[in-house]
Design a protein around this ligand. Structure first.
Ligand SMILES: C[S@@+](CC[C@H](N)C(=O)[O-])C[C@H]1O[C@@H](n2cnc3c(N)ncnc32)[C@H](O)[C@@H]1O
Length: 295
């Protein structure tokens, strides 16, 4: 079960009112979506979007059982198509929107798609199984320079050069098919002290691969201007990011829209989870919430 982050803080920023409509662009297991639905009854609607088909099917079944189906519509789609999805579903007005970026516990533990360095699975890492690019292709087909740049830029991993060189050397002997194969190469590429820290030595490389496989930064940059377009006046939007590059992109976009007089900042600084939340949910430690209101 995925534990939603910054629940109270998110609801405080979005301030959902009875009968308002909300878009959850990363609906996953519906943790945040249910909190919104509780506040927007009796007639407020929610449009939930997620790229992971299994999660959308599962959530649809659960929401029917919970009696929410009349107020919820779900789309298995990429939030980078936000404007079209909203129009296709005739979902107007949009009084609020949330994006809680990245992946979930389901992807790590249940998907079988190699998101976790703790399990030995085929290198895949795609949210959407229709996408062509997977982690296997990057690791076994991309050049050493491309792999190195990916690990450096999206993982901010200091040992990127050595890891990339060893990946290319190892795959000449035999293809690297599983997460176990990749972890073995990473372990070989980093110094002893790096292997004995709290953070697993494969964390940054795996994060970089997932971001690139799923084009996470380009999806975010595509959706940001659409949020301003779809929101009704006084509509609120909140974005939770887990990566410095994502948070920087959100911050700069919100700031430039504030200067242009289209948005006002609800959060002057990013909201971070409390120590109490982090102690219960380690995944929350890098979460940053920023929220705006449309003028
Ligand atoms: C951190 S989880 C969201 C958790 C959810 N807010 C909750 O409380 O249960 C992120 C979700 O976003 C989805 N996702 C990631 N990128 C996406 C994209 N571009 N379009 C739609 N869904 C996306 C993933 O499949 C994943 O289910």
């Amino acid at each position: 079960m995925h534990v939603s982050v910054l629940k109270k803080e998110l609801i405080d920023c979005l301030d959902p009112q009875p009968n308002e409509n909300f878009v959850d662009g990363t609906v996953n297991g519906g943790g945040h979506a249910r909190l919104i639905l509780e506040k927007t009854g009796p007639r407020g609607r929610l449009l939930g979007i997620d790229r992971t088909q299994e999660l959308v099917i599962k959530l649809k079944r659960e929401l029917i059982q919970e009696g929410y189906d009349q107020r919820v519509m779900l789309a298995c789609d990429n939030f980078a198509r936000l404007k079209e999805i909203v129009h296709e579903n005739k979902f107007h007005p949009v009084n609020g929107l949330v994006l809680d970026l990245g992946f979930s516990s389901w992807h790590l533990e249940k998907s079988g798609r190699g998101f976790s360095f703790m399990l030995d699975q085929r290198l895949d890492m795609r949210f959407d199984q229709h996408d062509e690019l997977d982690a296997w292709t990057i690791i076994n087909r991309w050049s050493e320079e491309e792999i190195g740049a990916l690990i450096r830029d999206y993982g901010q991993e200091n040992f990127w050069r050595k890891i990339a060189a060893n990946i290319v050397a190892e795959r000449q002997l035999s293809s690297l098919d599983t997460t176990g194969d990749l972890v073995r190469v990473i372990n070989k590429s980093v110094p002893d002290w790096y292997r004995h820290r709290k953070l697993h030595p494969a964390t940054k490389t795996f994060q970089a691969l997932r971001i690139v496989v799923n084009r996470e930064l380009s999806n975010l940059s595509r959706v940001l201007p659409q949020i301003v377009e779809v929101l009704a006046p006084q509509g609120r939007a909140a974005i939770i990011s887990f990566h410095e590059l994502e948070d920087r992109m959100v911050k700069q976009f919100f700031k430039s829209e504030e200067e242009a007089g289209r948005l006002e900042l609800i959060t002057k600084r990013p909201i971070k989870p409390s120590e109490a939340e982090i102690s219960k949910n380690r995944r929350a430690r890098s979460a940053r919430l920023r929220a705006v209101r449309k003028i």
